[in-house]
Design a protein around this ligand. Structure first.
Ligand SMILES: Nc1ncnc2c1ncn2[C@@H]1O[C@H](COP(=O)(O)OP(=O)(O)O)[C@@H](O)[C@H]1O
Ligand SMILES: [Mg+2]
Length: 365
């Protein structure tokens, strides 16, 4: 659990410190006071980047040249965690006096589930949004997966550069060098696809439980994962992969990019066996996303044995009142949740009894 957050020269804040408690923490304040930024700072400590800013520089208070985030934790891997970003020098994380040299050691240190209004893209945007979403999630729980993705991207970049080179030479046939790339890519792609398939199975198991407990069978949710290349075992995967590639190599060279592999995998969300993307209302999209986040938390707990913290930015926006009561009931049982809102009455309408002892109102101004 997070006990304390201090930010310096971060977004709108010159310096700001808040105490946080077990149970539900309501960050209350008018639009633009910096509620989302505070969640963004906590997110940064686990993901080493923002969920929305394209570069870390955007988070530095305008006119300054660095920001600092300090956090204090309870029952976590580290007690004191500090993140610094300097315009010229880049980022540095210090966890309990230890300077973290690799970002992959930082990622996943403080298990958390984060919901943002921008997540609307995950359910309603193009396929790449869902790939990014699941990649980020699996990377948080599996360092191996993160490493596979890093290697995959590196190889792909080199392979694409080589395709470009072949295009410039007007050579449209499979070469020995391509085979070298493909033999390296195949096992990595196989591991990525296998990890994704396993994860989606897990999501479906947890989603089913969550939906059954709320809707008792009236509403169902399911994720379908369709890899662009598939095989049960690694050797078959490699054969399929190299065959596909050889058959279509002229296309790849003309387009100057690799056309097969995990970058083309597809995830489809189904609500009551109907693709969410085409038919769901805004409220249904939001509900789907919130319950997906609760499933995330259940998966983290089942794999890491640790209860994550839940950060819900603008949880109630677009959420139907009836649905939010079910969600609140579930959220009440979590160890620690942070919810931002502009309006206490809105909270009460959505079923939060602000007088309960495990509900803490933290005013931001
Ligand atoms: N790098 C920055 N430096 C200074 N102010 C910033 C920076 N980035 C954003 N802001 C300001 O922070 C405010 C938005 O903060 P935000 O966390 O989105 O507020 P809230 O979630 O409470 O509505 C805006 O007023 C914006 O202009
Ligand atoms: Mg906000």
């Amino acid at each position: 659990m997070i006990k304390k957050l201090t930010v310096k020269q971060f977004r709108i804040f010159n310096e700001k410190s808040i105490q946080l408690f077990p149970g539900i923490n309501i960050l209350l304040g008018k639009n633009g006071v910096g509620k989302t930024s505070l969640l963004e700072a906590i997110y940064y400590m686990n993901f080493t980047k923002s969920f929305k800013a394209p570069t870390d520089v955007d988070m530095i208070q305008i006119g300054r040249d660095y920001f600092q985030i300090q956090t204090e934790w309870n029952q976590a891997k580290y007690v004191h965690a500090q993140g610094n970003f300097l315009k010229q020098k880049g980022k540095r994380f210090i966890f309990d006096e230890e300077t973290m040299t690799r970002m992959s050691d930082v990622i996943g240190s403080f298990p958390m589930v984060f919901l943002s209004p921008e997540d609307f893209r995950v359910t309603s945007g193009p396929g790449v949004e869902r790939r990014i979403y699941f990649d980020r999630f699996i990377s948080q729980i599996s360092r191996q997966y993160l490493q596979n993705m890093i290697n995959y991207r590196k190889l792909l970049k080199n392979r694409n550069a080589y395709l470009k080179h072949l295009a410039e030479l007007k050579q449209y046939h499979y070469t020995g060098q391509l085979e070298v790339y493909d033999r390296q890519l195949s096992p990595i792609m196989f591991r990525i696809v296998s990890a994704r398939r396993e994860l989606i199975d897990l999501f479906n198991t947890h989603l089913e439980k969550i939906y059954a407990s709320i809707f008792s069978g009236d509403i169902t949710a399911r994720i379908n994962y369709k890899p662009s290349l598939t095989a049960e075992i690694e050797t078959d995967f490699q054969i399929t992969h190299i065959e596909q590639t050889q058959k279509n190599i002229d296309k790849e060279i003309i387009l100057r990019r690799t056309l097969w592999g995990p970058n083309y995998d597809k995830y489809t969300f189904y609500r009551n066996d109907i693709p969410l993307i085409h038919y769901a209302s805004q409220g249904e999209h939001k509900m789907w996303m919130v319950l997906l986040k609760l499933a995330e938390g259940d998966i983290i707990r089942s794999i890491q044995g640790e209860e994550p913290i839940y950060l819900f930015d603008d949880l109630f926006a677009e959420l139907d009142i009836n649905n939010s009561r079910h969600i609140i009931k579930k959220v009440m049982r979590k160890k620690q949740t942070l919810i931002t809102t502009t309006d206490l009455n809105d909270l009460r309408r959505h079923g939060i009894d602000t007088k309960k002892e495990n509900i803490h109102i933290i005013e931001i101004f």
